[in-house]
Write a protein that binds this ligand. Structure first.
Ligand code: F6P
Length: 254
């Protein structure tokens, strides 16, 4: 029975891969909206992909969120990974410290034996602050490391839920509603067609800088299907790690 279930999940992954134009889709059993262990399985499956892809001395850029925290929790000491450097992909996005990209990259490093670098940037950056920060030598230095990353691992969220979680202003939430935003990733908000509606002002990797990097997206739960679909419309990732509930829902999308 276990074998036929695994076969079913890998077929689901293959169908979704063709459907979304994502080269590799890994599907784990269950629905992470409902059960916490499913998120841990997402973490385990994602960690496997990272191990398969990362090469010695690579820079790995990671985003924040509870799913990424689950991935970092599954990291283990590994010879190749121990030679890598983990960095946050982008600066502050208004998340709690436990699930900030900085914290998560340090956790990956602690568990794998890798090095890590932090990026200290306030969440709400004014235009002026943004322009002077990027000129700071220490910031410039780490930005170069981030831009040199070979692998990028990130989560995807529902637009409204993410704006609320970040305590965004009502006016902004209304704008997202009016513009029909459905997805959030990397601090960018997208509509169902994958068009960028808004971009949070913070430094680090910009979406148009992903070219040539190996992008691993990890997101599950039936409630994230619309968001995952929108993000893949914007730009299909190299790898998607998701769960059965999201996968089945995604296959219903045109
Ligand atoms: O804020 C960081 C982030 O990676 C977002 O870009 C993404 O929408 C969200 O976290 C995913 O969070 P979670 O894994 O908790 O659903």
């Amino acid at each position: 029975e276990v074998v036929s279930e695994l076969l079913g999940l890998s077929q689901l992954g293959d169908r979704l891969s063709a459907h979304l134009g994502v080269a590799t889709v890994i599907v784990v059993a269950g629905n992470s909206d409902e059960e916490e262990w499913v998120k841990q399985e997402l973490g385990r499956a994602c960690m496997k992909e990272i191990q398969a892809i990362a090469k010695a001395n690579d820079v790995l850029a990671v985003m924040g969120g509870t799913t990424l925290a689950a991935v970092a929790n599954m990291a283990e000491r590994n010879e190749t990974l121990a030679s890598t450097i983990f960095v946050p992909a982008r600066g502050g996005l208004g998340e709690k410290v436990e699930i900030q990209a900085n914290t998560i990259s340090a956790e990956f490093a602690r568990r794998t034996g890798a090095a890590y670098r932090l990026l200290h940037v306030p969440d709400q950056l004014s235009e002026d602050a943004y322009h002077s920060l990027v000129l700071e030598p220490t910031v410039k230095d780490i930005l170069e490391v981030i831009k040199s990353s070979a692998v990028v691992i990130h989560g995807i969220g529902d637009a409204q839920r993410m704006a609320t979680r970040r305590h965004s202003k009502d006016l902004f939430i209304e704008t997202l509603e009016r513009e029909e935003a459905v997805a959030e990733a990397f601090g960018y908000y997208f509509d169902a067609a994958g068009k960028i509606i808004y971009k949070q002002r913070t430094i680090g990797l910009q979406l148009n800088e992903l070219e040539g990097k190996h992008v691993i997206s990890v997101a599950g739960g039936k409630s994230k299907a619309n968001a995952i679909h929108a993000f893949m419309k914007h730009r299909p990732s190299d790898v998607l790690v998701t769960d059965e509930a999201a996968a089945k829902e995604l296959l219903q999308h045109k």
